[in-house]
Design a protein around this ligand. Structure first.
Ligand code: SF4
Ligand code: SF4
Length: 213
């Protein structure tokens, strides 16, 4: 357990990192990998299931692997939030994080506050995200139970909503940085998911941004 907390720097900053979305959990944060444990956390309203996109190459063809992980819940988002425009973390209060430092998700505990707000992490993000691979079936079962859809069906559905909301400028609660990142992601992903992008372009009746499940 590391101890990078610096209340003075973070109080002056006002929680910029938390305003750009909830922090991610490390596999090592989870005490027990069973459905009940995850469901309790999701039903508490403090966490969501999110998708991490891992680009890899199979037989010379680029491919996106969707890895499910847990994150702190963003405001106006539900338990299943695989991909959406980032809004501030719902656990950010007027006096800082709802959680005491050592109870925060690992990606927050490993962020090193910098007096010039060029904060950085000591984690290797990719290797931490890949550790979630072995727990996919538990998270996939929860998605199936809550939505009736498989991981990829749910991801593609949310991706179409994500594209739609960017194209229709539904940026409620999102920071300028989150909006820029959403545009960047749209430009990256539309090459891989042409059908979802095309449908988002033409479908004026797509679901709206703040849908909760
Ligand atoms: S870690 Fe950095 S960005 Fe986050 S609240 Fe502290 S100073 Fe601000
Ligand atoms: S859980 Fe706490 S540290 Fe993590 S993003 Fe939310 S407010 Fe910030």
């Amino acid at each position: 357990m590391n101890i990078y907390e610096n209340k003075n720097i973070c109080a002056k900053c006002g929680g910029k990192c938390c305003l750009e979305g909830g922090c991610d959990y490390l596999v090592s944060d989870i005490e027990e990998f069973n459905i009940q444990n995850f469901c309790d956390l999701l039903e508490s309203g403090k966490a969501s299931i999110k998708a991490i996109l891992n680009e890899n190459e199979i037989e010379s063809k680029k491919n996106i692997e969707v890895i499910l992980i847990l994150k702190s819940r963003n405001i106006n988002r539900g338990a299943i939030d695989l991909i959406s425009i980032e809004t501030p973390c719902s656990l950010l209060t007027a006096t800082g994080c709802f959680y005491p430092f050592l109870k925060r998700p690992g990606f927050a505990r490993h962020l090193i506050p910098d007096p010039n707000y060029e904060c950085y992490s000591d984690l290797n993000y990719k290797s931490e995200y890949l550790k979630w691979r072995q727990y996919q079936s538990v998270l996939e079962n929860i998605i199936k139970e809550k939505t009736g859809l498989s991981k990829y069906e749910e991801f593609r559905k949310e991706l179409e909503e994500f594209f739609y909301n960017i194209l229709h400028r539904n940026f409620e609660d999102a920071s300028v940085k989150s909006i820029k990142e959403a545009h960047f992601l749209l430009n990256y992903l539309k090459r891989y998911y042409e059908n979802e992008y095309e449908r988002a372009l033409i479908n004026s009746n797509s679901p709206k941004l703040n849908k909760k499940r």
